[in-house]
Design a protein around this ligand. Structure first.
Ligand code: NAD
Ligand code: TYD
Length: 339
């Protein structure tokens, strides 16, 4: 079995590569990644010498490079993680989101059609459903919930999903889509809530909470997401969408307070800053379908997962200190300087 994993130098893609190489030692995994600001080769250093692993630096929008790789490797499966993934950046500059997230998806699917694959899997997000009100805890996103996007990021991911379904119906491309809730865990880029708060707290820097910190996200340990995708690509039904989430809703402010507590840092570091434009209030996944059809259940409880994550950031300071010492400083000033 040969699998092309795009975006494998990023957060979830790298964790997926580690999971697959460990669980299926006879599979060949080819990582295709452009190495944008969010992709780090150092993340993949533990697998670089594995003879069943190959890294190729390329842009999923580069048709020639993508076709060349498909011709060389003749993959069975493509799992597309490659994306611009940060909502705040999409608000500042939507264009690259439309290019990578929509047109890049099209190039990969065209390659799948041209060279023949048994599965194209699109890694999507619960953000395509928009948000839920805080005063209706009985409501959850199911696979039938209409698409209703808020940010340029979620609109680009939803557009890609529609294109994936169109390629299935029109050309018969064997596709699946997964829509997961917020992930956390090792190798999470420190521009996102949990790693940003851990890094800032360790450096005794202010912890910038948007608005009142009342927004709710449904957090899932990254390894549980990877296990779900593994099940979907090998056992999921072609043409289907699967929601992934672990019923673990938390307010942002409670997460930040928990991180302070775990790191023994004062809550006085918490600083309320101007809210995100169009900020989604609540995400909450109903994972009944993937549970009933594929037997998936989350294995890591948040109380354990957050401890594992904090431990990882403490033990891998080189990884994130290197990131936040470079171009990230300009990003941070631009996003948080006058907030
Ligand atoms: P990430 O930003 O950490 O990683 C993205 C990776 O894609 C990076 O390695 C980057 O170099 C690569 N990339 C970006 N543009 C590319 C291009 N044009 N060509 C090739 N490679 C390119 O993202 P992540 O958090 O790991 O998310 C992975 C996927 O999962 C995304 O599609 C995202 O929408 C989805 N998702 C993320 C979450 C989450 O909580 N992080 C939740 C649900 C779904
Ligand atoms: P984020 O990690 O960017 O994920 P997403 O927006 O895709 O859910 O943000 C998670 C939540 O945390 C979201 O409600 C915005 C909030 N947030 C802050 O309050 N402060 C921050 O510095 C960041 C990055 C996020």
């Amino acid at each position: 079995m040969k699998i092309i994993v795009t975006g494998g130098a990023g957060f979830i893609g790298s964790n997926f590569i580690f999971h697959m190489l460990k669980k299926y030692p006879d599979y060949k995994i080819i990582c295709l990644d452009k190495l944008t600001y969010a992709g780090n080769l150092s993340t993949l250093k533990s697998v670089m010498d594995n003879t069943n692993f190959r890294f190729v630096k390329a842009d999923i929008c580069d048709r020639e490079a993508v076709y060349k790789l498909f011709e060389e490797e003749k993959p069975d499966i493509v799992v597309n993680f490659a994306a611009e993934s940060h909502v705040d950046r999409s608000i500042e500059n939507p264009e690259v989101f439309l290019q990578t997230n929509i047109l890049g998806t099209q190039v990969l699917m065209d390659a799948g059609r041209k060279f023949g694959i048994t599965r194209y899997h699109q890694v999507s997000t619960d953000e395509v459903y928009g948000d839920l009100p805080l005063d209706r805890p009985d409501l959850f996103f199911t696979e039938e919930t209409p698409i209703h996007t808020s940010s340029p990021y979620s609109a680009s991911k939803a557009s890609a999903d529609l294109l994936v379904l169109a390629y299935h119906r029109t050309y018969g491309l064997p596709v699946t889509i997964s829509r997961c809730s917020n992930n956390y865990g090792p190798y999470h880029f420190p521009e996102k809530l949990i790693p940003l708060m851990i890094a800032n707290a360790l450096n005794d820097k202010p912890l910038p909470v948007y608005g009142k910190g009342e927004n709710v996200r449904d957090w899932l340990y990254v390894e549980d997401h990877c296990k779900a995708i593994d099940l979907i690509i090998l056992k999921g039904k072609v043409g289907e969408i699967y929601n992934i989430g672990g019923h673990n809703e938390m307010k942002n402010i409670d997460i930040v307070k928990l991180i302070c507590k775990e790191l023994n840092k004062p809550e006085s570091l918490i600083t309320y800053v101007a809210d995100r434009k169009g900020h989604d209030m609540r995400y909450a996944i109903d994972p009944t379908k993937i549970h009933n059809e594929l037997g998936w259940l989350p294995e890591t409880k948040f109380a354990d997962g957050i401890k594992l994550t904090i431990k990882w950031y403490l033990e891998n300071k080189d990884w994130w200190e290197d990131i936040i010492s470079g171009e990230y400083q300009n990003y941070y000033m631009k996003m948080y300087g006058n907030r």
